[in-house]
Design a binder for this molecule. Structure first.
Ligand code: BDR
Ligand code: CA
Length: 317
C-alpha cells in the first residue's frame, strides 16, 4: 500500500478530498497537514480533526503547517475564499466538536521523516498552497528524490487561471513556494484547472448523501450544497461544483485516470503574469519527472468517487 500525506487548506473540496482518501484500497492515510488558504492554518487543522472524527478515523494525526506564504509574513483570508467556502471553510455548517489537537511535530518535520521512512511508497498530495512542501525541501533537499510522488491540485496550463487570467488560487497564494517545488526535482504530477473543471458534482449526488440518513451524509451534503450554490452564482454553466481537490487524490491513487504530458514546469514570478504555471523553456530538452494532466476520464472518476463516498458516508453513521 502507498502511504499518503494530504496537505490541505481545509475548505469544502479539501473536505471531500479528505473523505475520499480514506476510501482508497491501495492507500493508507498516515497524516494530514494544515495550510492557510481557504481558511487560516489553525482553522484548517481544526476542520481536518473534526472531519476525521466525523468519518470515524480519529487515528489519523493532523500536523500544523504554514500560516503564510514564504515571502509574506501575514496572511488574511481573501473575501472571495470566505465567500466560496464559508467563513469557517465548511460552508457555515457546524461540525461536531473534537477533543483532539494537532500533533507535536510540525508539518515540515513530518514530511521529512515520512520521506526517509517510506521513500518511494510515499505519496504527498497538496491541495492548497505549496508552502509546507517547499519549506521541507529547503530544510532537507534530499526529500525530492526520496518521496515516491507528489500529486498536487493547482495551476493551469491550457486554460486561464481562476484568481487572475494567469494564476490558479493555490499557486497564487505562494508562487515562490510553487516555483521551488516545481523546480526541485520531485516526481510530480500537476492536477490543474485543465482537468479539475471538467469533473463536476451536482445536487443530485448530495441529495443521495442526505438520503443515507447518517450524520456524516447529512453534514457532507449540507457542506457541499453551500459550495454548489456558490458555483451556481459564479459558474452556472457547470450545473454543479468542480471536484478540484478530490481529483488530485483520485489521480494519485490511479494515474490511469488522467492523460498527462511530460513537461518541466516553473512559475512565472513577474508582476504581469505572477502565479502562472508555464513550461520551463530552459529544460525542454532534458528528461523530466514532471507530468501535467491535460485530460481526464471524467465518467470513471466521478463514478468511482461517488461509489466510494456513498459507502463511506453510509458506514460513518
Ligand atoms: C483550489 O483553490 C481552493 O480554493 C480549492 O480548495 C482548490 O484547492 C482551486 O483553485
Ligand atoms: Ca484546497
Amino acid at each position: 500500500k502507498y502511504k499518503v500525506i494530504l496537505d490541505l487548506d481545509t475548505g469544502i473540496d479539501d473536505a471531500m478530498a479528505l473523505a475520499y482518501s480514506l476510501t482508497l484500497p491501495n492507500c493508507d492515510l498516515i497524516g494530514v497537514l494544515s495550510s492557510y488558504g481557504n481558511v487560516v492554518s489553525d482553522l484548517s487543522a481544526n476542520n481536518s480533526l473534526k472531519l476525521l472524527d466525523l468519518l470515524h478515523h480519529p487515528e489519523v494525526p493532523v500536523y500544523k503547517g504554514a500560516e503564510h506564504a514564504l515571502n509574506q509574513p501575514n496572511f488574511t483570508v481573501l473575501p472571495v475564499s470566505a465567500h466560496i467556502h464559508g467563513t469557517n471553510g465548511v460552508g457555515e455548517v457546524t461540525l461536531p466538536e473534537t477533543d483532539r489537537t494537532v500533533a507535536a511535530t510540525s508539518a515540515v518535520d513530518f514530511i521529512i521523516a515520512a520521506a526517509h521512512q517510506y521513500q518511494d511508497r510515499l505519496i504527498v498530495i497538496p491541495t492548497g498552497p505549496l508552502t509546507n512542501l517547499a519549506q521541507a525541501f529547503q530544510k532537507d533537499p534530499q526529500i525530492s528524490h526520496l518521496i515516491g510522488k507528489v500529486v498536487f491540485m493547482g495551476g493551469a496550463l491550457t486554460v486561464p487561471g481562476n484568481v487572475s487570467p494567469a494564476a490558479e488560487a493555490n499557486i497564487a497564494q505562494d508562487p515562490e513556494a510553487a516555483n521551488i517545488v516545481l523546480r526541485g526535482g520531485f516526481n510530480i504530477t500537476m492536477v490543474g484547472l485543465d482537468v479539475t473543471l471538467r469533473t463536476v458534482l451536482t445536487k443530485k449526488e448530495t441529495a443521495h448523501w442526505r438520503s443515507l440518513g447518517t450524520t456524516a451524509g447529512q453534514l457532507y451534503a449540507d457542506i457541499v450544497d453551500y459550495y454548489i450554490d456558490v458555483y451556481g452564482e459564479t459558474s452556472p454553466h457547470l450545473h454543479g461544483c468542480a471536484l478540484h481537490d478530490p481529483l488530485a487524490v483520485g489521480i494519485a491513487a490511479d494515474p490511469s485516470l488522467a492523460q498527462t504530458i511530460a513537461l518541466d514546469m516553473k512559475v512565472d514570478l513577474t508582476d504581469a503574469f505572477r502565479g502562472r504555471t508555464i513550461g520551463n523553456e530552459e529544460r525542454l530538452k532534458e528528461p523530466t519527472t514532471t507530468a501535467v494532466c491535460v485530460n481526464v476520464d471524467v465518467d470513471r472518476f466521478t463514478t468511482t468517487f461517488m461509489a466510494h463516498m456513498n459507502e463511506l458516508l453510509q458506514e460513518s453513521g
